[in-house]
Design a protein around this ligand. Structure first.
Ligand code: NAD
Length: 372
């Protein structure tokens, strides 16, 4: 376990914030550049296993402390913030150790593999009076934010059913890497892409609670060696170690009486190709967010009857991108703002509980309730 020394943030939270980033992949690099771009924030430590990349990033960003293991980084007394961008299974141990050492924690999605671990992380944030925030960057897309504002200002009547999905034709990340290893990832498509879709959906719906789920999972394509995002990697690999699902489908019951059809897939022999979709069916109107291949324009449709005729409204909303920097800037503001009690990771905990319940439902072949 890491050192338990308290960081300088205790004394002067408005001063320079010193950040340590764990992870050198896409997520870690994005964390590094996002934190480094904020005035008054310094990335002073970096950890990761890929020695050449560690040295390169360290030199590029003049980072004085470079480590192979996260434990050494968390033990650094002068750190105020630990930013976690590692394989999913490490989110829990790193966050709990960092919070216990008095650091604020910014963690990649999913918060944790299981509900109990997520609960321990939230409890550690409370016990140590620190911020725990999760990288729900998709919710910060301009089209999702516009949809939320439209629901607030205009509304679509009572929403009785929603459909939410992220589907890929061939999008298994790192086939036979940690992404498809049950111990390191916790699951497949559902735990990888599901947090973003679920987060955006619950945000749009005004944070109802999911009270029951009935789910199925399939891993046919990955097991057969199909569906890798990187086809070169697919051809080279022969380990056959695909231990997770590439498709999950579920029905959710919500505490407001509405329902959700939820489907996430990394791969499928079909037309879907990196398509994210959220449809809200209201009594008075409907709203559809459809983002094919991370599109930045023309992603929203509003449906209502006007003068007795069906009308489709196409809002002109451009998504400029850069949602990770936005969510990291919000996190830094929360740390500086001092209202830490509002940022203990509770939203993320519910999302982990829902996905965890989906895995249990699929394994046991029955509906699983979250409210009992
Ligand atoms: N929010 C998003 O849009 C988004 C996008 C991509 C990935 N992610 C999440 O970010 C996390 C990382 O994903 P990635 O694609 O960057 O993975 P990756 O495999 O590219 O990088 C993982 C990093 O963790 C490091 N690591 C592993 N064990 C370590 C240890 N013991 N000590 C220190 N470092 C260690 C590795 O060396 C590597 O640099 C995952 O949880 C993933 O779900 C989120």
């Amino acid at each position: 376990m890491a050192s338990t020394s308290r960081p300088s943030a205790d004394a002067a939270p408005a001063d320079v914030l010193r950040v340590g980033v764990v992870g050198l992949g896409y997520a870690g690099t994005t964390h590094l550049t996002s934190f480094a771009a904020i005035p008054g924030v310094e990335v002073i430590a970096l950890a990761g296993k890929e020695a050449p990349r560690l040295a390169l990033l360290g030199a590029e960003h003049s980072i004085p402390h470079l480590f192979a293991d996260w434990q050494q980084l968390v033990a650094l007394p002068e750190l105020d913030i630990v930013s976690i961008a590692t394989p999913n299974a490490l989110h829990h141990p790193i966050a709990v150790a960092a919070l216990a050492a008095g650091k604020h924690v910014f963690c990649e999605k999913p918060l944790a593999l299981h509900t109990t671990e997520a609960e321990e992380m939230v409890q550690a944030a409370k016990d140590n009076d620190r911020v725990l925030e999760v990288a729900f960057n998709h919710r910060r897309r301009a089209d999702v934010q516009f949809a939320r504002r439209y629901l607030d200002e205009v509304g679509i009547g009572r929403i009785y059913h929603s459909r939410a999905s992220w589907k890929r034709r061939a999008g298994i990340p790192g086939l036979f890497s940690w992404f498809t290893n049950k111990t390191m990832a916790g699951g497949g498509a559902l735990i990888d892409l599901g947090p973003h879709v679920l987060d955006s959906l619950l945000f749009l719906l005004g944070e109802p609670r999911v009270v029951a789920v009935s789910a199925v999972t399939h891993g046919e394509l990955g097991r057969a060696g199909h569906g890798a995002m990187d086809r070169q990697e697919q051809m080279m690999s022969d380990s056959g170690a695909f231990e997770v699902e590439d498709l999950a489908s579920a029905l959710f019951r919500l505490d407001d009486g509405s329902s959700v059809a939820f489907e996430i897939s990394w791969a499928g022999h079909t037309v879907d190709d990196e398509d994210i979709s959220i449809e809200l069916l209201g009594v008075d109107a409907g709203l559809r967010l459809f983002v094919p291949r991370y599109a930045s324009d023309d992603t929203l449709r509003l449906y209502r009857d006007v003068a007795g005729a069906p009308v489709t409204i196409i809002p002109e909303v451009h998504v400029p991108g850069g949602e990770h920097p936005l969510v990291i800037a919000e996190f830094v503001n929360a740390v500086r703002g001092g209202d830490w009690a509002a940022h203990r990771g509770d939203f993320a905990l519910h999302r982990t509980a829902v996905l965890d319940a989906c895995y249990r439902s699929a394994a046991e072949g029955r509906e699983v309730r979250l409210d009992s």
